[in-house]
Design a protein around this ligand. Structure first.
Ligand code: ACO
Length: 380
């Protein structure tokens, strides 16, 4: 392996996992051995979250109990509501989630009363509530009453509490599929951050907070918001070609394209794209789909770069009437399942994660006192 390839830990195996395979020849993307396409076609996000955290797909009665538990765990404590009402309305929703979950860690700290598995369920259940309580308070001057919503799936609950109306069946299922595809992806940056934190013996919430901070950046989770802004910036599909080409000449990174592990395509992208096509048929903004396909065509022709999960997911969320600033937090709502499973896995076989660096600084030298350094400067 060359030095350049090693930059950013590219291609370096840093640990074992039984959770997923990413880009493995002949295997593809799997969660605990199940092909992602089968899960996206036939499972719900709740089944997938259960699979990741509890290691096997649930039976019918296990799923019923799990879903009821999640519904019951959606409500958030008053102290948390108060904090959300104190945060600025201009805050980035990722910061809101990060801070909200951090406060929850002081109210319901990991202990014999709140086990790691209970915290995993709690966070998956209440992350949408934290986000939407803050959002509705600032955008619509409304204190969201979470107990009003009995929607069975996370996707339906999120859309219902966001828009105030029951989602169309297609929208609910499309978001459900996106949550499945976002749930887990091996040692990506945010998952790795969570594993590093937990490897020090730290608590569950600290690991999740590290992961949220890591996911926030535009090279990782933040790419879906940037992709939407790009797609929406075009009035007509015929303007795409020249603009994207000139952005590439200017070395601008086109968000939602490329991937550290995948080299030819992201197996999640076509699944999302098919849902976007379906949703676009009932949307007054259908041309956005043509624009997105135009960008995809130019990117492949000019750079051999393909859309990653974030590109078409941006449009999927948009066609579900979700405001762009909530896109990356949706990634959190889903990836909490993968992070939780990795936290549990790291703990079960823990060794402190502590790599080494190649030193490129000054040679060893003698210390000069402040007096000597001052007289040396004044004689210059
Ligand atoms: N647009 C334009 N050029 C790109 C893009 C892009 N999206 N992605 C890579 N390139 C180019 C780089 O400019 C670089 O060109 P150069 O060799 O001429 O300098 C070359 O391809 C290699 O790119 P790197 O950034 O070195 O590749 P790396 O493996 O480090 O990056 C990454 C992978 C970060 C995902 C990159 O493709 C990127 O920045 N994409 C845009 C952000 C994005 O979509 N992130 C989401 C990732 S998936 C997820 O989190 C679900």
């Amino acid at each position: 392996m060359t030095e350049t390839e090693q930059t950013g830990l590219a291609g370096i195996i840093v640990g074992d996992t039984a959770l997923s395979t990413v880009g493995k020849a002949g295997i593809g993307l799997t969660y605990r051995g199940y092909d992602i396409h089968e899960l996206a076609a036939s499972a719900t996000f709740e089944e997938v979250a259960y699979l990741l955290i509890y290691r096997e797909l649930p039976s019918e009665s296990e799923l019923k109990t799990y879903c009821s538990r999640l519904v019951a765990l959606r409500a958030i404590p008053n102290e948390l509501k108060l904090l959300l009402e104190t945060m600025p309305g201009s805050a980035h929703p990722m910061d809101v989630l990060r801070t909200g979950i951090s406060l929850l860690g002081t109210l319901e700290p990991e202990s014999t009363k709140h086990s790691a598995y209970q915290i995993a369920d709690r966070l998956i259940a209440c992350a949408p509530s934290i986000l939407l309580y803050w959002y509705q308070f600032y955008r619509n001057n409304k204190r969201l009453d979470i107990t009003q919503y009995a929607d069975k799936t996370t996707a339906d609950f999120f859309l219902h509490a966001l828009t105030g109306k029951k989602p169309e069946q297609e929208q609910g299922r499309a978001l459900d599929v996106a949550l499945i595809l976002y749930a887990e992806h091996e040692f990506n940056a945010s998952t790795f951050a969570a594993r590093v934190t937990i490897s020090t013996g730290s608590d569950f919430y600290s690991a999740v907070v590290s992961a949220i901070g890591t996911l926030r950046g535009p090279l990782h989770g933040g790419a879906n918001e940037e992709a939407m802004r790009l797609i929406a910036s075009f009035q007509m599909p015929n303007l795409v070609e020249a603009t994207i080409k000139s952005m590439l000449v200017d070395k601008v990174k086109i968000m939602g394209f490329g991937h550290r592990v995948y080299k030819i395509s992201d197996p999640r992208s076509d699944v999302v794209k098919a849902w976007v096509e379906t949703l676009s048929k009932n949307s007054s903004e259908a041309p956005l789909f043509d624009i997105a396909q135009g960008i995809e065509k130019v990117m492949w022709r000019e750079k051999k770069l393909f859309p990653n999960l974030d590109f078409y997911s941006a449009l999927l969320f948009h066609f579900c009437d979700i405001p762009t600033l909530l896109f990356t937090p949706i990634f959190v709502m889903s990836r909490l399942s993968g992070w939780s499973a990795h936290i549990l896995e790291q703990r079960a076989h823990n060794r402190l994660i502590r790599p080494e660096a190649k030193y490129i600084g000054m040679e060893k030298r003698s210390f000069k006192s402040l007096k000597d350094r001052t007289s040396a400067t004044s004689t210059k």
